[in-house]
Design a protein around this ligand. Sequence first.
Ligand code: PRP
Length: 209
Amino acid sequence: MNLTIAIPKGRLGSQAIKMFKAAGIGEVIDENSRKLIFNDENLNISFLLLKNSDVITYVESGIADIGISGKDMVMEEDADIYELYKMNIGKCKMAIAGIKDSDIFKDDSIIKVTTKFPRLAKKYFKSKGQIIKLNGSIELAPILGLSDVILDIVETGNTLKENGLEVFEDMYQISAVVISNKVSYKFKRKEIKEIIDLLRWEDNNGKDN
Ligand code: PRP
């Protein structure tokens, strides 16, 4: 096939790898190892295990032909790529949250917002927000006084709950998407379509796997 597929590490990646394996591809991936690249020589497919936020960079540059990314990152990066298929995995929501029962968000004054998504936050809060970019453990920021609210993804809601935070406002529903490099899509359309058809089948019918 001669394809390179970028997969995010972590929760979303594990679900995606499970799906690839159920579809009969990606047997070579061993999540317990520290290897970051796995080559399936029979199928001629390479898998790159990347940080979620780097999948888009590798796909946009063409080093990876396709990738699995959260829609949150796709919205944040606004990259020159195609979004080919919206998956049924990685479902969560983007929301504004803060310390439970606090009334900071009701106030109309400028508030401090910590987030992994500074561009989305700037668009959302406009002049009402002072945006501070963090790379993880976002929920700590309001507790320690670095921000008034967070703009983050909420999946099970456990991280908010266990840190005494609550959602103040829901923004958008999101899920994982299959993205493609634009040139790859032109020259490897048949191979890419084949992978997406397999994933789509697993996504819709393979729930018992
Ligand atoms: C994400 C997100 C929240 C958490 C939400 O972080 O930023 O912290 O998951 O999930 P939950 O609603 O199921 O608790 P992630 O686990 O990717 O870790 P990070 O803080 O290192 O980015």
